[in-house]
Design a binder for this molecule. Structure first.
Ligand code: BGC
Length: 351
């Protein structure tokens, strides 16, 4: 079968390769790959800056944003042949640490977790793949191709779950959320914000392309002015930072109202330095009882929350997030950034 492969730690090794067909174990689903979403982590792996091949193998099958249709299911499983499914990314560490032992592998404490398509296990970027039935989540059949948004939605479902838990440490009735960055994570975080009945605002630098309309059609407000000024006006209860841009991350910490929560979701590049008024920042966070948290990955509960959120969303809107579809044979193009991109998807059915 055909798969998108890389040699982690090296540059320019992205290829569409012939690899051995998957051999399902007794607990595995055999799945026909339909589509694969592309994200910044994949680009980082391709550039040689991140990613680990499975032990004893020099290549890694790329891809963690999966969508497939079940071809074969183990007897007695809740998932049936023909179901639309997405696979969970992370697997618990082998020790396991306390968090992994409790199914919270997204919160792994010893860093020895593995991740499909990222860290030591082959990913979902192939024309067929297997997945342990316990790590597959069924999707509303009506979602069709928009089901490829499952994994990024699981990441924002986790972020919202964390925000709720932090907020509920005292009286909590948030009204306004500001999302920085109108990429797929920002837009999906905004979608979940609207589903919670919040007044949602999104800040991004672009003024053209599909983003302003996507935000408006969500019933949210699009902004492109500076964060400081916008923050002063909005005094948001919650900020979801989805750019990873250093200046925005720092500003986000100061723009919330009292008891503000800033949830950081952007994985940034280290090594960039900025001047910070550390005393001023600390003073503000302390005097306002603000909370700052980082959030990454998602466990099974978050995948199920994501499946629900996607099922009740406007499927037409979700499909518009998919701004470009690239056939597997031209995989390289999918990983190149182009103006107007929101979510780029590799079509695993079309070679
Ligand atoms: C994925 C997460 C993963 C993280 C770090 C992100 O792109 O969505 O599932 O944990 O990269 O590897």
């Amino acid at each position: 079968m055909r798969a998108v492969t890389v040699h982690p730690g090296r540059t320019s090794t992205l290829a569409v390769s012939e690899v051995t067909d998957p051999d399902p174990g007794p607990r595995d689903l055999l799945v026909d790959g339909l589509a694969l979403g592309v994200c910044g982590t994949d680009r980082e792996i391709i550039s040689g800056g991140y990613g680990w091949a499975p032990p004893g193998q020099d290549h890694l099958v790329l891809g963690h944003e999966s969508l497939g249709r079940v071809r074969q299911a183990p007897p007695g499983s809740d998932i049936a042949v023909g179901d639309l499914v997405a696979g969970v990314v992370r697997r618990p560490d082998p020790v396991p640490c306390g968090a992994c032992a409790h199914g919270q592998f997204d919160m792994c404490r010893n860093g020895r977790y593995t991740e499909r398509g990222i860290k030591e296990i082959d990913g979902y970027g192939s024309t067929s793949w297997t997945v342990d039935v316990d790590y597959a989540v069924p999707l509303d059949p009506g979602l069709d191709q928009a089901g490829v948004l499952m994994e990024p939605t699981s990441v924002v479902a986790k972020a919202w779950d964390q925000i709720d838990r932090v907020g509920n440490r005292a009286w909590f009735e948030p009204r306004t959320v500001l999302v920085t960055g109108a990429g797929p994570i920002g837009l999906l975080a905004a979608l979940l914000g609207t589903q919670r009945g919040l007044d949602v605002h999104i800040l991004d630098v672009v003024t053209g392309g599909p983003k302003p309309r996507l935000v408006a059609d969500l019933g949210a407000t699009y902004h492109h002015e500076g964060l400081e000024k916008l923050g002063r006006e909005l005094q948001p209860d919650i900020v979801v930072e989805a750019t990873g841009v250093g200046r925005l991350v720092l500003d986000a910490m100061t723009v919330t109202g009292p008891y503000g929560i800033v949830c950081l979701t952007g994985v940034s590049t280290p090594g960039r330095r900025l001047a910070v008024d550390a005393g001023g920042l600390n003073r503000e966070v302390v005097l306002e009882n603000d909370a700052l948290l980082g959030s990454v990955n998602a466990n099974l509960t978050h995948f199920r929350m994501a499946a629900e959120a996607l099922a009740k969303a406007d499927h037409g809107w979700l499909n518009r997030l998919i701004s470009r579809r690239v056939p597997l044979s031209r995989a390289e193009e999918a990983f190149e950034r182009q103006d107007g991109d929101v979510k780029v998807v590799l079509d695993l059915e079309q070679d």
